[in-house]
Design a protein around this ligand. Sequence first.
Ligand code: GLT
Ligand code: MN
Ligand code: MN
Length: 389
Amino acid sequence: MADAYQPKPEHRFTFGLWTVGNPGRDPFGEPVRPVLSPVELVHLLAEVGAYGVNFHDNDLVPIDAAAADRDRIVRDFKAALADTGITVPMATTNLFGDPAFKDGAFTSNDARVRAYALQKTMRAIDLGVELGAKVYVFWGGREGVETDASKDPLEALKRYRDGLNFLTHYVKDRKYDLVFALEAKPNEPRHDIYLPTTGSFLAFIETLDHPEMVGVNPEVAHEHMSGLNFMHAIAQAWDAKKLFHIDLNDQAFGRYDQDLRFGSHSIKSCFFLVKFLEDVGYAGMRHFDSHAYRTEDVEGVKDFARGSMRSYLLYKEKARRWNEDKEIQGLLKELAAAPGDGTPDVGRYSAATAEKLAGHAFDRKALGARGLKYERLDQLTLEVILGVR
Ligand code: GLT
Ligand code: MN
Ligand code: MN
């Protein structure tokens, strides 16, 4: 497949160890693939053409590892990175797998668990920074409830804030070059997870001690689980200068968390998402947080990884065509054209503009009668995506 859709380092395509390393366990069935070591996974990623690898502390170092084992594992991992040129742009903490976190980490009702979560995250931050990570992701998969009888949501928000504040101060004290990216999900594994959408986190970040070092890591699947338009969430994050990272995958609305190969299901939404990222010049990582179908063997995992990157580049090429399509651009120009009928130009408020506006006579019926040609515009879009334009 030596063509224009080959992944290159400048595309910034990354995968988590937990994504290509997912052995296919699900709530109803055992693993179907061998568990590959972190070193093997780095080599697999290099083989398919990825730029980087991300990990949870325990994807790399098992939670019960002795200090000597930790040092050996990290040494081997570093050697694999050096051999392959694969980078570590992002790291994160597993604050959801161990039974200690069954009622949350930062929001747990148990003060000992909250303190343990901070200690575990401090160590994981040290590890991530040691390997070169510049972004630190927080996905609070257990920060929620099954029953609202168990936790006061205001208290939970306060604990969440205290926990993140503690860690931003820690990073500053250590003089690490690191920012945080908060990842929302509405439910699963908890019945309800706090701060369920990217928009919720954007508001919450402004209440932290160091909002400037905290942004978001939106995931396609998670916003789709909430029935929302992912690209709109991304646009809001971008507008707030908070798009620090992105988790690309795919997801049908109304389903359990599917983590499908990027661009494989919601074709039109993924097209507009890639077009947005490319049009605004998003310079961060394009991280694929997804995994191969449970039907696949290790070769199928490579197909999955290659397909994720290739599809991104295909969408990117379609976005270029859309931007250069004369008919599409003509329609857009028509829509944006100044009316030329004396309608006051209302930009920023001024008393003079308000006065002009107050006195203007609008032809309301004509405004409502105008056809906007969005059917044509959307059909042309579809034809670009489907490859006939
Ligand atoms: C987990 C989750 C993802 C998060 C990962 C980071 S772990 O796989 O489903 O969405 O991004 O903690
Ligand atoms: Mn994710
Ligand atoms: Mn997910």
